[in-house]
Design a protein around this ligand. Structure first.
Ligand code: PLP
Length: 395
């Protein structure tokens, strides 16, 4: 047997493992000390009432002969596909429900979607980046083209015509930088993708955190996107589904490459490789798109946004450069005094017991930066911000 030798090309994914080891060692040396966890990418607040009620009702449906559901349609239950298409329509984006595919989360989709593309192709990844983009391509034996982002372009680089790739990953609002592309910047990427015959994989996992009215939530708000883009979204951060698992993917019917239709290819893929997402979970997900659900998730997102504000105020007081926080649950700050990102991690842990995420873990050009998540508890966030101010004022 010959294994997939491309796994040998993967870099060790040591970021969160290394963080866990360092915090464990600190706890062992300082028993009973409270740590302020500003590194987590997981949500901390529970599912909203509308979702919980829908989940309970769906469980009861499964107990009765006349409402019981067995296998669900592979591409998603019509009630959820329609609810998502209606949600887009309210924001001015017209989709047919057949362009919406229900998934069990964005991570799963980001890997699975590579089935649509030739293995000899390449993927352009803007770094610093969510690590799954690079790793999923390496596992599939695909070449990765790295495009470095930096402060000069607000961590939002534009396309470069000299670069060639057949898939382009865009994540907006971004993990880890929290930066969000403007309409004009996305227009440039869409024009580039159409010109080159490339396909944009637009990761909209954090769209619900956008608060500036003129920023696009979906790539399909941009003219020309229907011939060059796929959108991957998730209810994980939008509605607290990290453990419940639900997402969706939009593939327009106009999207064709090499004489093949990508929407039809994905239908073929799903009907072969999945038996659909659980009825119960899809019912819970549909509740997110009701007006009651939307109000309730905004309330929860508001808690994380207040956390972001507290941290941003601390960095403003300290005069430290950062981006994100406003339209995303992440704040990306420059480490003070040219410290490298792991040195800054150790410094915060040792001096003020605050745990964040070193930027270097998201790609080489993340070195010298640090990510704070705003998903922690408000009390811990306030105290972490107070400690940061007291410590860094003296650096
Ligand atoms: N995309 C980005 C940018 C993320 O940050 C995450 C999770 O942190 C995901 C996708 C994965 O989301 P899901 O929980 O739906 O798999």
């Amino acid at each position: 047997m010959i294994p997939n030798m491309h796994y040998a090309d993967l870099k060790d994914s040591y970021l969160f493992y290394h963080i866990a080891q360092k915090t464990q060692a600190y706890r062992k040396a300082h028993p009973g000390t409270h740590l302020y966890r500003m590194g987590i990418g997981d949500v901390s607040l529970p599912l909203c009432d509308a979702v919980i009620r829908a989940l309970h009702e769906a469980v009861d449906d499964q107990a009765k002969q006349d409402t019981f559901h067995g296998y669900m349609p592979e591409c998603g239950a019509p009630f959820l596909r329609e609810a998502i298409a209606d949600h887009y329509q309210k924001r001015g984006v017209s989709l047919s429900s057949e362009e919406v595919f229900v998934s069990s989360g964005a991570s799963d989709e980001l890997g699975d979607l590579l089935d649509l593309f030739d293995r000899g192709g390449s993927a352009l990844v803007i770094e610093p980046a969510y690590p799954a983009y690079v790793d999923a391509n390496v596992m599939a034996g695909r070449r990765v083209v790295h495009l470095a982002a930096g402060e000069a372009n607000g961590f939002l680089p534009g396309p470069d015509d000299s670069m060639e790739a057949d898939i382009i990953y865009l994540c907006s609002p971004n993990n880890p930088t929290g930066a969000a592309f403007s309409r004009m910047q996305l227009q440039d990427w869409v024009a580039y993708a159409n010109r080159k015959g490339a396909v944009i994989l637009f990761d909209a996992a954090y769209e619900a955190f956008i608060e500036e009215a003129d920023l696009p939530h979906s790539i399909f708000e941009i003219e020309g996107a229907r011939t060059c883009a796929i959108e991957i979204c998730s209810l994980s951060k939008t509605a607290g589904f990290t453990g419940t698992r639900l997402g969706y993917t939009i593939i327009p019917k106009e999207l064709e490459r090499g004489g093949l239709n990508l929407n039809a290819m994905w239908v073929r893929n799903r009907t072969t490789k999945t038996n659909g997402v659980s009825y119960i979970i899809q019912k819970g997900g549909a509740a997110v798109f009701t007006s009651e659900g939307q109000k309730q998730i905004q309330k929860t997102i508001g808690v994380y946004k207040r956390n972001a504000k507290v941290l941003m105020e601390a960095l403003d007081q300290l005069g430290i450069w950062y981006c994100g926080g406003k339209n995303a649950p992440y704040i990306w700050m420059r480490c003070p005094n040219g410290m490298d990102s792991w040195a800054f991690f150790d410094y915060l842990l040792q001096e003020i017991q605050v745990v964040g995420t070193p930027g270097e873990g998201f790609g080489a050009c993340g070195e010298g930066y640090f990510r704070f998540s705003t998903f922690g508890s408000p009390d811990d966030t306030r105290e972490a911000a107070r400690r940061l101010c007291a410590l860094l004022r003296t650096v």
